[in-house]
Design a protein around this ligand. Sequence first.
Ligand SMILES: NC(=O)c1ccc[n+]([C@@H]2O[C@H](COP(=O)([O-])OP(=O)(O)OC[C@H]3O[C@@H](n4cnc5c(N)ncnc54)[C@H](O)[C@@H]3O)[C@@H](O)[C@H]2O)c1
Length: 130
Amino acid sequence: MTGAAGGIGRELRERIKPWAETVRLADICDLGPARAGEEIFQCDLADREAVMKMVEGCDAILHFGGISVEDKFLPIMNANILGLHHLYEAVHRFGVKRVVYASSSHTVASTPPPSWSTPTCRCGRTVFMA
Ligand SMILES: NC(=O)c1ccc[n+]([C@@H]2O[C@H](COP(=O)([O-])OP(=O)(O)OC[C@H]3O[C@@H](n4cnc5c(N)ncnc54)[C@H](O)[C@@H]3O)[C@@H](O)[C@H]2O)c1
């Protein structure tokens, strides 16, 4: 699970344990020590080789890592575009069968119909592209 230190990741950390023998928790931020049934993997999604190591051996991925609010373009691009590109490359290389990807209301937020498909912020535009 990427983004394991984030809001959704923290909520899911205990709940997903019954789903797997071992849960690999990844984030750019510190996740603290591994608990029973966990592996901790601290890495930047923009680091291709690190993402390859993070994904190798996984059966399924819950992808919540990235910039979820508005920010400057460079960190958003590194996490949300480059990071996702690395993740999908690794998924392809290692034959991971399932990826759950969280979209965002920012892809359409604050945009009334008929322009629902027009993201209103950099964060939303990158998630929309993904
Ligand atoms: N919270 C919601 O209600 C909600 C609803 C719909 C979709 N989403 C989407 O789900 C995802 C997770 O949401 P959240 O609320 O947990 O977000 P969050 O911002 O709390 O967590 C994102 C996590 O990603 C990590 N991260 C950021 N850049 C990184 C990088 N370069 N490399 C590795 N990790 C990095 C952060 O450290 C953070 O822990 C987001 O993409 C968000 O848009 C959230």
